[in-house]
Write a protein of this length. Sequence first.
Length: 311
Amino acid sequence: MPDGHAPHDVAKHLLGPHVVGQRVVVRRLVPGETGPSGGPAFTDLLGTCLRWDADTCVVQPADGPPVVIPLGDVVSGKPVPPRPSARHRVDPQEAQRRALALWPDLRTEPLGDWLLRHSPTSTARRANSVLAIGPSGSDDPEADYEQVVGFYRPRTGRPIAAVLPGSAEDELFRGHGWGPESGDADTLFQIGSVALARRRLRGSRQARPPVDVSYDEAGDLVTVRVGDRASGVAAYADDWVGFRTIQVEPAHRRQGLALVVMDALLEWGAERGATTAYLQVLGDNTAAIALYEQLGFTTHHAYRYLAPAPG
């Protein structure tokens, strides 16, 4: 290797053969060009490292052909995290609003950018709480608070707020003496690929016992049942399919029935064109989280429910 090429020292710029296959950013010298200050010109390149040998590295940017960079021209660089998938670039508020499809009789009223939710047929927190994920857009948070209390007192008797941990909304409701609604852990909103989850389920089908699965459809909502042993609900909207109430009776657990239900719900969603799947699970439900991780689900965001102390 020629002398005088310290810029490509691996210890200096954290690059080397170990980054092949990873996403990297590389600052490199542009030979023959002058920078704004009159010195050498440099440029940054972001992409996936395809090759690293004794003299060059090859980086594939998001657009265009691969770029071959002489190691002597590398000034600095480092690995960077993979770019989030398009489905993970959706913000928490939009993800939460997509999940409203799971409650077809839901009645909603906007409160600025917040959403007051109430279901006449369900007692679930998701269907009977203010969705305060992010600022309401109001100049008077205290007035927003009073409207939340006034909305839920005559309907449910106890107002509940869904907020992001550590947010200004979390602080607002806690400032009025609110705390965790039921002592539960924070809820994880998880997102996955329908195609990936279905591929991973294929390998487990032969190991599962043969069972009869029934479908009870109502428009873009379906309830799947495995007799009286297991069940789950799915809703489809705008190429997303969401799941809730995945249940297996205690006497029939550890028999693969949760996978049977998920398989049926995913197939139902795929038939309607869904590409993204989502679900919500308590952060301390380690068994369920492990199951969903097997299917490729990852946490998009966590949120919590707050409510006034009883009485």
